[in-house]
Design a binder for this molecule. Structure first.
Ligand code: PEP
Ligand code: MN
Length: 363
């Protein structure tokens, strides 16, 4: 098991921090049943939506202040801290008045810098843990900006929650994960713990284990999993919530991997393999450079002969042959296609620059 990453949050949990609980607080008995089950699993933080952002009106919009009173009672019965969503300053004030220990800013709020700033202002002087969910749209700047606004308010306990992004394309996920975005956020803000919310990524119970495991393999610091005593009867997000016993099964099945190993043989082998990778990467860069010089030559010829940069037939041929060549090396077809799309677009850019140069011909 890993380090006590969340000790400064007043938590004893080792990595990964598990946050579980219903999408929405629906009744005191639902909260009590969930709290009992998850504290039996040694889970310290329970989630529950009090005000629910619903896409369409006339749906259940959360029990509001009534739910805050239930939470107060449950907190006195169990050794559990609650995290709830806040979307405006008034929510922050009410949550603080009801001794809520942690808050999250939801995906529909992170998209709006005005709203995040108002929440951050309402939090000034109160150093409780704040979780910032990624914005609905795949925009890392908004996510980073939301975290920065909260940090600027003087909050020191801030985590990012990855709940997937909304895309136009069909997907088996409700909010496809686009892992490269949270990975880039981790690169930009290495001190900010990263928590995965597989429930909102998946939108159904089926792939929660797979996504949670992937997050752990990517060294995430925690998981937030929607858990309801009777998911099919839930008033929101019924399809994606799991029962406490399904949660138990998921947590027992997940293989927790450590960020680092102290095994010297492993460290030496890794070092050696990384040196090999470095050599190969130098060769790849060398080959791409050579390829690009030829692209420039072709650009010059196209300019001299007044021919367009983009040649559909040639592009079709590349897209057909390269994945076939890759197949012989057991390389995934989509990977090779994506790789060549990037290379091709750089080639087009290079040749467009050549064609648009004022000089008759570049040297
Ligand atoms: C939620 O956690 O129930 C929720 C509304 O999440 P999100 O903001 O990620 O959609
Ligand atoms: Mn939900």
């Amino acid at each position: 098991m890993g380090t006590l990453k969340f000790q400064s949050w007043g938590l004893k949990s080792p990595r990964p921090l598990i946050i579980a609980g219903p999408c929405s607080a629906e009744s005191i008995s639902q909260l009590r049943e969930t709290a009992k089950a998850i504290s039996d699993l040694n889970i310290e933080v329970m989630r529950a939506g009090v005000w629910k952002p619903r896409s369409r009106p006339n749906n259940f919009e959360g029990a509001g202040v009534e739910a805050l009173k239930w939470i107060g009672e449950i907190q006195s019965e169990f050794d559990i801290k609650f995290v709830i969503e806040v979307a405006k300053p008034q929510h922050v004030e009410l949550a603080l008045a009801h001794d809520i220990n942690l808050m999250w800013i939801g995906a529909r709020t992170t998209v709006n810098p005005f709203a995040v700033q108002e929440i951050a202002d309402a939090l000034k002087g109160i150093d409780i843990p704040i979780l910032v969910k990624n914005p609905i749209n795949p925009d890392i700047e908004l996510w980073q900006g939301g975290i920065e606004r909260v940090l600027s308010a003087g909050i020191t306990k801030v985590a990012a929650v990855h709940r997937g992004f909304s895309f136009f394309q069909e997907s088996k996920f409700r909010n496809p994960p686009a892992w490269q975005i949270p990975i880039e956020l981790k690169r930009r803000m290495p001190e900010i713990p990263l928590i995965c919310d597989p429930s909102h990524i998946c939108g159904s119970r089926d792939n929660i284990l797979e996504i949670a495991q992937k997050a752990i393999d990517l060294n995430y610091d925690g998981l937030m999993i929607e858990t309801h005593p009777d998911p099919d009867k839930a008033l929101s997000d019924a399809e994606q919530q799991v029962t406490p016993s399904q949660l138990k099964e998921i947590l027992h099945t997940i293989k927790i991997r450590d960020e680092k190993s102290v095994n010297q043989v492993f460290i030496n082998q890794l070092e050696q393999l990384r040196e090999e990778i470095d050599d190969i990467d130098r060769e790849i860069i060398e080959a791409i450079g050579t390829r690009m010089r030829i692209i420039e030559k072709i650009g010059d010829y196209k300019k001299d002969n007044n021919v367009t940069v983009f040649q559909l037939e040639r592009w079709k041929e590349i897209l057909e042959t390269r994945p076939q060549w890759g197949k012989a090396k057991l390389l995934d077809k989509n990977f090779i296609e994506e790789l060549y799309k990037v290379i091709h677009s750089e080639s087009i850019k290079t040749q467009t620059d050549i064609l648009n140069k004022n000089t008759a011909k570049s040297q």
